[in-house]
Design a protein around this ligand. Structure first.
Ligand code: HEM
Length: 403
């Protein structure tokens, strides 16, 4: 579907944000998003060599129209193939992508999650709450002592990556993330990524034949028994290790951070547990862990009245779209009572996050509510500083808490 036919006015060239500074955005991207919105729904940003989809509606078009906005982005796909041994499903378009996505879809539905994984999520939450409490109200860090190991263990369990510790999962994930962004071809980054690949592959040498003989509802088993070439199975598992951990981890800290700053809503959810899913949904909109996703145009096109040439890099600014005032009234406010509107924190279209229900349930229904059950007084520790970082991927790398 091209947007060209729906235009009634002549398309215009994209306005240029020559002031955009990707390094300044690491600290706080929201002032940049405000300025971009004032320029238009689609903006050219020379510093990152990209057309940016700024508005909610522009992002929705980009996500829905994979024939024009391909996920097989030239540089990014090559780096992923180099890091993971083959190009994973995230960098493929349909129908190739759909063949690799289909096998895991039933494992990732709420029904399977509730039947199979909820017990593991609950057990893991209790284990790492014990650990957080042991660290004590003077030293505990909600990110490193709870959110990070919990998200890693939950992901290892969903994948069926038996034998992998949370520490290994975190190290592999970081090595893969560094590999897929290694534009400068730094040999030390490749050494770490290759070592992580070798360790994961050694584990898979045992697990792939095992799950072929003993299928279960884990993600690895689903891929192994889904008729995919082995290189694709291995690449998709590595993709999930790199992409299925940081975002749920950030959602634990983001939810607590948001509630900490909004005492009335904080009290409300502590007296009405039915509100937890809404708190998750409003937090993932307001503090979206993924700020931008990459696409590449396969032909010249017009997006929201703006010309984009063929072969152009396009960035879908999800975190910016999630504060679009045309969709969300008072978008910069955290408000669990706002009217329900579809946010884009999990993307949309064929690449819509495979782990969205796992994240909602493991974090929004279990990890954060249980934290407040065990530690009703938990709050940010103002004596020690917090640290936010990033805009393409954004979260709290340090979050001291006390109780
Ligand atoms: C709050 C937590 C999470 C957020 C905000 C999030 C966000 C996203 C987004 C925005 C995409 C689309 C990327 C694109 O189109 O380029 C995506 C894809 C994906 N996510 Fe998540 N994610 C989360 C948790 C998870 C978890 C827990 C898992 C694994 C269990 C997971 C596995 C995946 C996979 C496999 C894809 C690729 C889907 C495809 O290409 O078809 N995610 N995620």
């Amino acid at each position: 579907m091209s947007t060209m036919s729906t235009q009634t006015v002549s398309p215009v060239p994209a306005p240029t944000a020559d002031w955009l500074d990707p390094v300044a955005m690491l600290e706080d991207p929201h002032p940049t998003y405000e300025r971009l919105r004032a320029l238009g729904p689609v903006v050219w940003a020379p510093a990152i060599n990209r057309y940016l989809a700024v508005s909610h509606s522009a992002n929705s078009v980009v996500e829905a129209d994979s024939q024009t906005y391909s996920a097989n982005v030239t540089g990014a796909a090559a780096l992923m193939a180099r890091t993971m041994g083959a190009r994973p499903l995230l960098r493929k378009d349909d129908p190739e992508h759909a063949n690799e996505r289909r096998p895991i879809n039933s494992s990732m539905r709420p029904k399977n999650i509730r039947e199979v994984w909820v017990a593991m999520f609950e057990r893991n939450a209790e284990t790492y709450l014990d650990h957080l409490i042991e660290r004590g109200p003077e030293h505990a860090d909600l990110n490193t002592d709870y959110a990070a190991p919990l998200a890693a263990q939950n992901l290892a369990d969903m994948l069926g990556l038996t034998g992998a510790s949370p520490q290994q999962m975190q190290r592999w994930s970081q090595a893969f993330i560094d590999g897929i962004s290694n534009l400068s071809n730094d040999s030390r980054v490749w050494e770490r990524a290759d070592a992580a690949q070798a360790e994961v592959d050694a584990l898979l040498d045992q697990l792939i034949p095992y799950y072929a003989q003993h299928p279960n509802t884990s993600m690895i088993s689903a891929w192994v028994n889904g008729g995919l070439p082995e290189a694709s199975i291995r690449a998709n598992i590595k993709l999930t290790i790199s992409g299925g951990m940081n975002e749920p981890q950030h959602m634990v800290t983001n939810m607590v951070w948001a509630l900490d700053r909004h005492p009335a809503q904080h009290s409300e959810v502590l007296t009405n547990a039915a509100l937890w899913p809404t708190v998750f949904e409003e937090t993932v909109r307001w503090l979206s862990p993924i700020g931008m996703l990459p696409r590449e145009t396969t032909r010249p096109t017009v997006l929201e009245g703006t010309e984009i040439p063929a072969g152009a890099s396009v960035g879908g600014l999800l975190a910016c779209a999630n504060r679009d005032p045309n969709v969300f009234e008072r978008p910069n406010d955290f408000d669990i009572h706002r009217p329900k509107r579809p946010h884009l924190a999990f993307g949309a279209g064929s690449h819509l996050c495979a782990g969205q229900w796992a994240a909602r349930i493991s974090i929004g229904e279990i990890a954060v509510p249980r934290l407040y059950q065990r530690l009703p007084e938990v709050r940010l520790d103002e004596r020690r500083s917090e640290q936010w970082f990033g805009w393409v991927f954004r979260g709290l790398s340090r979050m001291p808490v006390t109780w």
